[in-house]
Write a protein that binds this ligand. Structure first.
Ligand code: NAI
Length: 472
């Protein structure tokens, strides 16, 4: 510690101001604790707010309107004229307003926000190196919510600005004529959706044999089909082995089943996963165990191996999702305040905000087959949904998995417009132990996409009238 360091004493210090960290800080403060919240950037909200979930959703909205206008039957608009600065400013405004909201919420609760990079200097102190000098924070309890960073493939020209991670891609510096997306996961596909709608010719390269490899293939298929029609190429079972920075672009060399000849792109997005930040927080000095991958192992109370130090969010494991982090942050704060809380959700929903969206929760068929779990499946095709047809988007499907015999809901996967909203009903159903009959008997509005959940349940029950399944 430097001799001129400012000293701060708190009950709870929280390292990281993203959705896990600020939720933990606010809950701990509401439960009567003196709290310091440390974040390396000048503004709360973390990756999610500044360079992830929120800016991507703002840009995906722009993309959606462009595509919907172009596809509207019977109405012809002039080709869109894109004012990139105005698009960026509008996205920036959303982020600025939310960040200001967080600042206000911290102030209202007397949470001390300390800006700077924090590292443990002992099991009871955290040293923060900030723009205005060093702060030494002495704490009784700590919550580590330090998140994750984009994973890098060794040997790529990272000094070249045309090679982007997701944060750089969301800055939207320009609309590249040709964009290569490495990684057909959630980030790769969401950003491909944005740039494709804005006019880029997009190639997606994915090393697995399908896009979104962890997701059931029947659900991925409608998205894969639509992307195939809109992208320049989708290369499965393929890797990029080299990227050569040339004046005219980035020249990528491929290996695998896809393109064999090298191609030159104006920009390349690398989205091959995220790596937890466990190795860069001085965990050793506090005696906190970090595994070889950089994750911090925790129990259901989110406690690390050091009893008074908790960890939440991306840094404790998959799935790396903001809503998991914030829920864990609240639980950790409650445990610290002496409540009998634990993090044991029935399901954590995942959403790819692509076009169409894909959302899933609970058991997947892939996982059931791998682990030998028995299940009954019911799939309602959106081609039989009046609402989906009225929207001109009947390619979706709603799939529910039930426990054989009891028909208790075990999992759901939905592909189609708005799937990310529709999945919430299935999560609630699973948490409440809903049976297929419960989902049928809950009256759903007509015509709505939410009906597709009830209709899938009716298929399981054998009571569907909107399709003919044969007499039972
Ligand atoms: P990901 O793990 O979802 O996908 C990475 C993809 O890259 C995988 O399909 C993988 O097979 C592929 N890949 C890996 N190495 C490769 C290589 N050398 N060449 C070609 N393909 C390769 O990771 P992603 O998309 O970067 O997202 C990171 C995290 O952020 C995930 O945990 C995700 O859940 C989360 N996230 C969630 C969002 C949401 O909920 N909507 C949005 C954005 C991110």
């Amino acid at each position: 510690m430097r001799p001129d360091a400012v000293e701060l004493r708190v009950d709870v210090v929280i390292l990281g101001g993203g959705p896990g960290g600020y939720a933990a800080a606010f809950r701990a403060a509401d439960l009567g604790k003196r709290v310091a919240l440390v974040d390396a950037s000048g503004s709360l909200g973390g990756v999610c707010l500044h360079v992830g979930c929120i800016p991507s959703k703002a840009l995906l909205h722009t993309a959606k309107v462009i595509v919907e206008a172009a596809e509207l039957p019977g109405v012809k608009f002039a080709p869109p004229q894109i004012d990139l600065k105005a698009v960026r400013d509008s996205k920036g405004m959303v982020v600025t307003r939310l960040a200001a909201g967080l600042k206000g919420l911290a102030r209202q609760r007397d949470v001390s926000v300390v800006h700077g990079r924090g590292r443990f200097s002992s099991a009871r102190t955290l040293a923060v190196d900030g723009p205005e000098g060093e702060t030494s924070i002495r704490f009784e309890q700590a919550i580590i919510a330090a998140g994750s960073s984009p994973t890098r493939i060794p040997g790529l020209p990272y000094d070249d600005k045309r090679l982007m991670d997701s944060s750089a891609a969301l800055e939207l510096a320009d609309i590249p004529a040709r964009l290569l997306v490495i990684g057909g996961g959630v980030i790769g596909l969401e950003i491909a959706t944005i740039y494709q709608a804005l006019g880029s010719r997009v190639t997606i390269v994915e090393m697995a044999d399908q896009l979104l490899p962890g997701v059931d293939s029947d659900v991925v298929q409608p998205l894969a089909k639509r992307l195939a029609g809109r992208c320049e190429a989708i290369l499965l079972k393929t890797r990029v082995t080299q990227i050569e920075p040339l004046a005219e672009g980035l020249r990528a060399t491929f290996a695998g089943s896809g393109l064999t000849s090298p191609q030159t792109y104006d920009r390349v997005l690398l989205a091959v996963g995220r790596t937890p930040n466990g190795k860069s927080i001085g965990a050793d000095a506090a005696g906190v165990e970090v595994d070889a991958d950089g994750f911090i192992p925790v129990d259901e109370q989110l406690r690390s191996n050091v009893a008074h130090i908790h960890a939440v969010g991306d840094i404790v494991g998959q799935p790396m999702l903001a809503h998991k982090a914030s829920q864990q942050g609240k639980v950790a704060a409650e445990v610290i305040a002496g409540h009998a809380a634990s993090f044991e959700p029935g399901a954590i929903p995942c959403v790819a905000y692509t076009d169409p969206e894909i959302a899933w929760m609970g058991l997947t068929e892939q996982e059931a087959k791998r682990t030998g779990v028995a299940y009954e499946k019911a799939v309602f095709p959106w081609a039989a949904s009046g609402r989906a047809m009225a929207l001109g988007r009947s390619e979706g499907l709603t799939k529910l998995l039930f426990e054989p015999g009891s028909r208790r809901l075990m999992g759901a996967a939905i592909v189609g417009v708005g799937a990310g909203e529709l999945i919430a009903e299935a999560v609630l159903g699973l948490e409440l132990g809903a049976l297929a009959a419960d989902l049928c008997l809950a009256v759903h509005p007509h015509p709505s996409l939410s009906e597709t959940v009830a209709m899938a349940a009716e298929i399981a029950e054998g009571s569907i009238t909107d399709l003919y399944m044969g007499r039972k």
